[in-house]
Design a protein around this ligand. Sequence first.
Ligand SMILES: CC(=O)N[C@H]1[C@@H](OP(=O)(O)OP(=O)(O)OC[C@H]2O[C@@H](n3ccc(=O)[nH]c3=O)[C@H](O)[C@@H]2O)O[C@H](CO)[C@@H](O)[C@@H]1O[C@H](C)C(=O)N[C@@H](C)C(=O)N[C@H](CCC(=O)O)C(=O)O
Ligand SMILES: Nc1ncnc2c1ncn2[C@@H]1O[C@H](COP(=O)(O)OP(=O)(O)OP(=O)(O)O)[C@@H](O)[C@H]1O
Length: 495
Amino acid sequence: MKTEQLLSLLKIKKVYGTLPESVTDITIDSRETNATSIFVAVRGTTVDGFDFIDDAINKGCKFILSDRTRELPENVGLVQVKDPERVAALFSEYIYEFPHESMTMIGVTGTNGKTTVSTMIHNLSLAMGKETAYLGTNGFMLSEEHYPSANTTPETTRLHRNLKEAEDEKMDVFTMEVSSHALKLGRTYGLNFDITIFTNLSQDHLDFHNTMTEYGFTKGLLFSQLGQDLRKRRYVILNNDDEWSDEYKTMTPYEVITFGNTSEADFYPTNVNGTLEYTEFTLNTPEGEFFIHSPFVGEYNISNLICAIISEWLQGYELEEIINTVKDMKPVSGRLEVLDKTLPIDLIIDFAHSPDALQKVLETVIPFKKQKLILLLGMTGERDYSKAEEMGRIASMADYVFITVDNPGNDDKQMLIDILERGMMHKNYETFIDREEAIKRMVEFADDGDTLLLVGKGREPYQIMEGHVKVPHRDDLIVLDAAYRRYKSDEYEEI
Ligand SMILES: CC(=O)N[C@H]1[C@@H](OP(=O)(O)OP(=O)(O)OC[C@H]2O[C@@H](n3ccc(=O)[nH]c3=O)[C@H](O)[C@@H]2O)O[C@H](CO)[C@@H](O)[C@@H]1O[C@H](C)C(=O)N[C@@H](C)C(=O)N[C@H](CCC(=O)O)C(=O)O
Ligand SMILES: Nc1ncnc2c1ncn2[C@@H]1O[C@H](COP(=O)(O)OP(=O)(O)OP(=O)(O)O)[C@@H](O)[C@H]1O
């Protein structure tokens, strides 16, 4: 891309030094720069990208974008703009040539269910034979190929590189989670979504959004940013049982399709029947009733699955064909996932870390418990503390609770435990600073027939500890190891 062409996109800018004639890449990380990239220096929460300009220059970078200027070596140029992140989105669009335009773009937002719904869409699309990409908390996927990612929705330059890779790999569909952080920080500027989905809104992230009203309106940006061009076919899928949907409807001129638990929604379930292995229900739709046998557990996963079904239907598939594919869908990693079913105890891992998610997962699991329900719950560090007491109160629905930490970061671990403990409504609990110890003790404590539910991490492969160091950690492997040592020690070898 010619530098001159990029600069012509901006009315207000100051140019210092000598810029290269053209560029091929753009990044906000000096460690990823090369001789043909633009380095966008942005202020972070721990360091200032501006201090890494020399690092970028040492890697050969000749084009810096920043809100400030400084002395530059020969043959390096700096473009000073008011808002480098906004300009980064614009430049990314032009450099990567609008990579999203060749794919069906699906954006999923909401407090809970983004990963589940997006993964269900990805897996359903795969099962239906499409080339499909997923981007979200569980990483970046090009069909079955998996790459890790640091954020639910990455910053704009990385997001555009992911979109470009998906376009190069000839993906038909790109399904991505759109976090409220991303919407507020403009990470998705420039993207035109064909289908957008709102799962639900409940308390979370108030450290970032201050109030629920601010949080709700931030989520609404996904719909208000769809635009006004009615020549385009764009659809909005809303949760009819969530009052924020009334607000979101007013933010867009595009067709709204609703799901919910009552006949007021366009799509709703009846005759629900389930176990810890499957759920069956009748799906009522504008095109009639369909019987569904789904491999997912719990009522909220019915809503999640319905969202995925609607999104395929909106792409032109017959409901019957989509529903026939549901039985072949894979589980969603770490979301209400039942581990080895041959043990005398039931082991379930889940990702719940907001009050609503915790309540929902407990309400789902409790009807299936044979004996005690034992819960492992940790408080996340450096995040919204105001939810802790409520989470402790909800955790009391379990018969016994192991209270610990979840990605404590630089926070005092005992403080995190204390704020959860404050909400406990009964005394049947123990506290552990060390999450691994808590899990081992939980298995020792269990009696045959008990259900062990570990929430907060799913299959996340690390704990964020002091200094934000990611220490390897897997709830699922630790709990299975402890269970095999206890119940299958004869045949058991290290897993
Ligand atoms: C608090 C926050 O938003 N942090 C994000 C931020 O990190 P940071 O502010 O610490 O960055 P920093 O380390 O200070 O670096 C500042 C700048 O210097 C640059 N740098 C740094 C070092 C270097 O050698 N060279 C260099 O150029 C960095 O690339 C960056 O551009 O910029 C990083 C790169 O884009 C993000 O990965 C990181 O997200 C972290 C992981 C995070 O936890 N973010 C949360 C708040 C978040 O965004 N969450 C939502 C989902 C929430 C949910 O629904 O659960 C999300 O979408 O992920
Ligand atoms: N539709 C839903 N309604 C309420 N709770 C849900 C729903 N779907 C999933 N959950 C609960 O929320 C947890 C997180 O689910 P999921 O990872 O899909 O959400 P998310 O929006 O991606 O969360 P995050 O942004 O924190 O990663 C699940 O493990 C489950 O306990």
